[in-house]
Unconditional design. Structure first.
Length: 172
């Protein structure tokens, strides 16, 4: 089924199953919890032939359990369950809600905003695949530049702290 020796023992313990007993799939499904599913998603999908919980059950569990909040969202918002168009619109909405954080620091860099606007225009067939791709790569370049700048600043700060430490050490 895909479980390693530790995994099958842990799975059985979490569901209060006797490891030496044989169970029907329906019996396992009755005992399965969202938490155990999120700990062993691949094995559960093989066993039950599908994700054995509704999107609402997964989202509600993730809302109240920080350890699994990302996983529950991942299994709720996925291709095949929600249309690509809706996923794209949702992604653009989330990106727009975070965009102010970027634009507050990088006042003149409009590449991420232009990429979001390009995706929305592409969904309405107002721009070509090539134009969307160009906007995507420009935004990717902005993200990469931002990361490199942050990394350089962190290294510089660390070096300055190290220099101050050496100076204080020599003085004492």
């Amino acid at each position: 089924m895909g479980f390693c020796e530790y995994g099958i023992k842990d799975f059985c313990e979490k569901l209060n199953l006797d490891i030496d007993k044989t169970y029907l799939v329906s019996e396992l499904k009755e005992r399965l919890t969202v938490e155990v599913f999120l700990d062993y998603p691949s094995e559960c999908k093989k066993l039950f032939q599908k994700i054995p919980f509704t999107n609402i059950e997964l989202l509600e569990f993730g809302e109240h359990n920080s350890k699994h909040s990302r996983s529950s969202l991942k299994y709720t918002i996925r291709k095949g369950i929600i249309s690509d168009r809706i996923l794209s619109l949702f992604s653009c909405e989330v990106a727009l809600s975070c965009l102010q954080n970027f634009e507050n620091v990088y006042l003149n860099d409009k590449r991420p905003r232009l990429a979001i606007e390009a995706r929305l225009a592409h969904l309405e067939d107002l721009i070509s695949d090539e134009e969307l791709s160009a906007a995507y790569y420009a935004a990717y370049s902005a993200a990469n530049s931002t990361f490199c700048t942050m990394l350089k600043d962190a290294i510089t700060d660390k070096y300055e702290i190290y220099e101050m430490f050496l100076k204080i050490s020599k003085e004492n």
